[in-house]
Design a protein around this ligand. Structure first.
Ligand code: PEP
Ligand code: MN
Length: 333
């Protein structure tokens, strides 16, 4: 349930109202915007007398929120959430250019890719240390060493870093990681989501291979329900009958998510298409449809990459994509 307060309501009045609601065993989330203040009520709202609440002088309107996601719901929080990570903002007009290799392979590789994508305008460095691979015989990532090398690259360039967590038992290794990624395969690992919800780290939550938009929002809700509201959503393509691309990039998810949630939405055209030559047009399309950022795999030597070489851009190709994305953003602003 949400209660929208009248414009001239004082902080004191808001507090007395929230105290009254909390006494009914409800969690009250206050979202104070320039235009209006919204109180989001979570818990058993059947005990709230809607007519009584509506009749209060300070209350403009009261509505039930029928969607199962509450804290992630734009009705609860009408203004865009801006997530801050390592001094970089994402959402609410701030666009994130995230780039880097699928996997961290060596110190030379990660530092050279970091420097080149930074020069082309990337603001956040990606790189997998714990890799969720379909085959147990494929390269599994450098694990602890991978995180250590990413931190070296962060030190060398000043770029914030994002890397995937697969198991909560490794959380300590992520202390200096700026954004923790939950990969598509773990989108519904609810225990992992809950534990990450207890941290205050920004979380990049990727859409599952076969998950609906509502399921993605419910996974965000798992994180937020534990107190961590720093969630960035990522559309990375879904499984369909189509075989010409690795996945089908559901770009309509971007405007749909923007309607339904206040959380930032980034697009990963690399995993979505699986082919380097398709990354540029889909990155451009992502920018054009209002994404809050893009995440692109870049490798210094894609032909010899230990993971996802076919979809990896060279630093030069990334530079051209970044230029085009900037132009599209200028054109639509
Ligand atoms: C990744 O970004 O490294 C990755 C494994 O992506 P996804 O979880 O979307 O497959
Ligand atoms: Mn990859």
């Amino acid at each position: 349930m949400i209660a929208i307060l009248k414009r001239n309501v004082t902080d004191e009045q808001t507090k007395s109202l929230t105290d009254w609601l909390k006494a009914m065993d409800l969690d009250v989330h206050i979202s104070k915007g320039q235009e209006m203040t919204v109180l989001g009520l979570i818990g058993d709202t059947s005990r709230v007398d809607m007519d009584l609440l509506r009749s209060l002088d300070m209350v403009e309107s009261v509505k039930r929120v029928s969607e199962p996601y509450k804290q992630a719901n734009r009705k609860f929080h009408p203004q865009d959430t801006i997530v801050e990570a390592g001094g970089i903002r994402i959402g609410g007009g701030y666009f994130a250019m995230i780039a880097g290799p699928c996997s961290v392979e060596s110190e030379e590789q990660i530092i050279s890719v970091a420097r080149s994508v930074q020069e082309s305008g990337a603001t956040i460095l990606r790189g997998g240390a714990f890799k969720p691979r379909t085959s147990p015989y494929s390269f599994q990532g450098l694990r602890d060493d991978g995180i250590r090398l990413l931190l070296e690259a962060k030190k060398a360039t000043g770029m914030p870093i994002v890397t995937e967590i697969m198991n909560i038992s490794t959380l300590d290794l992520f202390e200096d990681v700026d954004i923790i990624q939950v990969g598509a395969r773990n989108m519904q690992n609810f225990d992992l989501l809950r534990e990450l919800g207890k941290t205050c780290k920004p979380i990049l939550l990727k859409r599952g291979l076969a998950n609906t938009i509502e399921e993605l929002l419910m996974s965000a809700e798992y994180i937020m329900s534990e107190g961590n509201t720093n969630v960035i959503l990522c559309e990375r393509g879904i499984r369909t009958f189509e075989q010409a691309t690795r996945n089908t990039l559901d770009l309509s998810a971007v405007p749909v998510l923007h309607e339904r949630t206040h959380l930032p939405v980034v697009v990963d055209p690399s995993h979505a298409t699986g082919q380097a030559r398709l990354v540029a047009p889909m990155a451009a399309a992502a920018a054009a449809c209002g994404a809050d950022g893009i995440m692109i795999e870049v490798h210094n030597d894609p032909a010899h990459a230990l993971c996802d070489g076919a979809q990896s851009l060279t630093p030069e190709e990334f530079s051209a994509v970044a230029d085009q994305v900037r132009k599209i953003r200028e054109a639509i602003q």
